[in-house]
Write a protein of this length. Structure first.
Length: 213
């Protein structure tokens, strides 16, 4: 299964990621595939990792056939991939909001139960703020599930401009994702989670202009 793939053109470089000076960029004769082939490989690797969606951003536009347009290398050959990870669904909101007998609640039902159950704990009434916040979180999780919004944002970003060509920078991202998947396979979860903290997308990155092409 391929992740939902979107494009962002021109390049949206993530805030805080260092840049490689043009004179320091490298070539790699061993990587011979085209930019579009590496792009498909990147989508497949992220799908294997369980990413429900991804966004590839670079300074090469996508044509009507959903392919990177061939032509001379852009001035800035950097590539960034924004993605989310598959989340384990948390349905504890059903018990918290007393919605266990309602298979597909509406937002109205969620709000009504929230108001009824959370009111005694409202801080303005001297209630327990911890309990009130638990109801707020449950309401947010319920609405997120109803609207399936959990897959619409990008929590992580990896960017590369180490190489002189867009296709080589995409290839480097493919290899990076493969390395992350290798950590998953050997069960080094602590290392993996620390790595993902480093890939966390800053607010500026998650607000990148996106759209299916």
């Amino acid at each position: 299964m391929i992740s939902e793939k979107r494009e962002a053109y021109p390049l949206s470089w993530p805030e805080g990621w260092p840049r490689t000076r043009p004179q320091d960029q490298k070539s790699n004769a061993a990587w011979k595939r085209t930019a579009n082939q590496y792009r498909e490989m990147l989508a497949k690797e992220l799908a294997r990792m369980g990413a429900p969606s991804l966004l590839i951003s670079c300074n090469v536009a996508v044509n009507a056939r959903q392919q990177l347009t061939p032509g001379p290398e852009p001035r800035d050959v950097g590539v960034a991939v924004f993605f989310s990870r598959k989340k384990v669904e948390d349905f504890t909101w059903q018990e918290t909001l007393e919605l266990t007998k309602v298979m597909y609640p509406t937002e109205g039902q969620v709000d009504a139960n929230f108001r009824r159950l959370a009111a005694p704990y409202h801080p303005d009434r001297g209630g327990d703020i911890t309990m009130f916040q638990a109801y707020v979180t449950a309401r947010e999780n319920a609405k997120r599930w109803i609207n399936r919004a959990e897959h619409q944002s990008f929590d992580y970003v990896i960017a590369c401009d180490t190489f002189k060509e867009v296709r080589l920078n995409i290839a480097a991202l493919v290899i990076s994702i493969k390395a992350i998947r290798a950590l998953e396979r050997v069960g080094t979860s602590a290392i993996l989670e620390r790595a993902f903290k480093g890939f966390s997308a800053l607010p500026a990155a998650t607000s990148v202009e996106v759209g299916a092409r």
